[in-house]
Design a protein around this ligand. Structure first.
Ligand code: LLP
Length: 422
């Protein structure tokens, strides 16, 4: 039976005698207003995480490019912008979300392992801060595009340092066999080649070895490898501007300690020691992950004779894909625990897939049909990975700030869903 320590996350999301609350708003209040399943985020938790990371750099020249893929609901993106963040976009859709939220093109880095010709052309004409380039072929195409448009493209080369992030294999990107980046051994000559091309301005080196990384050592080694390469390129006379160390810092899903923002930034700054270049990072999960919860209602409790207890929720893999996709663990708690001892339960969703299970053998206080349940740490890669399988409309999202909450995305209706169809 899995027993999880209580109260490991920020004080913005907590139990108190009135039930689980997000800042000063109870989960029950939001659920009553929006229905379940719904996502709820704490603006305070997002601000706190951003400020910790930003403050950890001190006077060191740096830029935080929030990774939109983690959560790109407009209100969240605008909140990040109000804090001074820049963005990392991974598709033209994300670039457009950033522009609509008021970001200037020069505040956007554009990454992606398979950028289409249309996406590259748009990024070039927008003149984004950096296009993180993934292959020699892409460099070639970008040069041709920029030259054809009579402009220059600001490019950073994404290098693959062949370092094991020691995270889940599905979210590790820095090994030689992964599809991401250019082998670091080829990078020096490739950037030299970039510098000689009319359409390209090499501005930096980019490295991102994976996500949910809870050991600083792989992150530091990847940063060191990128910094060493940048030093060589500067000595070759390539006038680089920045080192982009990507995202990847993990969060504690189960209460086990993970490195904080301070230790992470110290490791990166030390890895770049002596480099005159500005440092950029692309954090997603560590900024918004702990700030979000999924509120869901128990629709059935099924006790097999002498066997398992299944707690069936009205949310499943359509709302929160991470457990089905990565075997990811999320804390699950009654919004208002009933008296009684915790017993093991399998917490499952209503979808017709056996992988539609949030937890197995989780120690869970007694729950009855109709009880409200909180799934923690879903602010990153939660709502964005939702699907409408079984014609289930996407859930609404709310943002809490102090004692106020607002709907930042309404529940999709079946009409919304069908409006695309003949
Ligand atoms: N930069 C690049 C180039 C990335 O590919 C990613 C994440 C990030 C930054 C942000 O990484 P973060 O700080 O959030 O770790 N769906 C998975 C996570 C996929 C992450 C993909 N890339 C999950 O649910 O865990």
């Amino acid at each position: 039976m899995i027993t999880v320590p209580r109260a490991v996350s920020a004080p913005f999301l907590q139990h108190d005698p009135g039930g689980f609350r997000i800042e000063s708003v109870t989960a029950a209040d939001v659920a009553a207003g929006l229905g379940t399943p719904c996502y709820v985020y704490s603006a305070g938790a997002v601000r706190d995480a951003y400020h910790r990371l930003d403050a950890a750099f001190g006077d060191h020249p740096h830029a935080i490019h929030y990774a939109l893929k983690a959560n790109s609901t407009l209100a969240i993106v605008r909140l990040l912008r109000s804090l001074g963040s820049r963005v990392d976009a991974n598709s033209m859709g994300e670039v457009d979300v950033a522009l609509r939220c008021g970001f200037a093109p020069r505040e956007i880095v554009f990454t992606g392992v398979g950028k289409s010709a249309a996406e590259l052309a748009r990024a070039v004409t927008l003149d984004v801060h950096a296009i993180n380039v993934e292959s020699p072929g892409e460099l070639e195409r970008l040069d041709q595009l920029a030259t054809a448009h009579g402009v220059t493209a600001r490019v950073a080369l994404r290098v693959n340092p062949d370092i094991d992030a020691q995270s889940h294999p599905h979210i590790s990107t820095g090994l030689r066999d992964n599809k991401f980046g250019v082998p670091i051994a080829l990078a020096r000559s490739l950037v030299g080649d970039m510098a000689r091309r009319r359409g390209l301005v090499p501005v930096g080196i980019h490295v991102h070895i994976g996500s949910q990384i809870t050991l600083l050592d792989p992150l530091a080694r990847a940063a060191e490898a990128a910094a060493t390469l940048a030093r060589e390129l500067l000595s070759d006379g390539v006038p680089l501007e920045q080192l982009d160390f990507g995202g990847g810092l993990g969060i504690s899903y189960d209460g086990a300690p993970v490195p904080g923002a301070g230790a992470y930034v110290r490791a990166l700054v030390a890895a770049a020691a002596g480099s005159p270049l500005a440092l950029a990072i692309e954090p997603g999960r560590s900024i918004v992950g702990p700030a979000g919860v999924l509120l869901t209602t128990v629709v059935d409790v099924k006790q097999l004779p002498g066997g398992r207890r299944f707690v069936v929720l009205d949310a499943g893999m359509t709302e929160l894909m991470r457990p089905a996709l990565y075997g990811a663990f999320h804390r699950i708690e009654p919004a208002r625990p009933r008296a009684g001892a915790a017993e093991p339960a399998d917490v499952v969703g209503p979808i017709c897939e056996s992988t539609d299970r949030f937890a197995r053998d989780l120690a869970l206080a007694p729950l009855e049909v109709g009880d409200l349940v909180v799934v923690r740490d879903v602010g990153a890669y939660g709502a964005v990975l939702g699907s409408t399988y079984l014609r289930r409309p996407l859930p609404p999202e709310a943002l809490v700030d102090g004692d106020r909450w607002t709907t930042i995305r309404r529940r999709q209706t079946l009409d919304d869903l069908l409006s695309l169809e003949a």
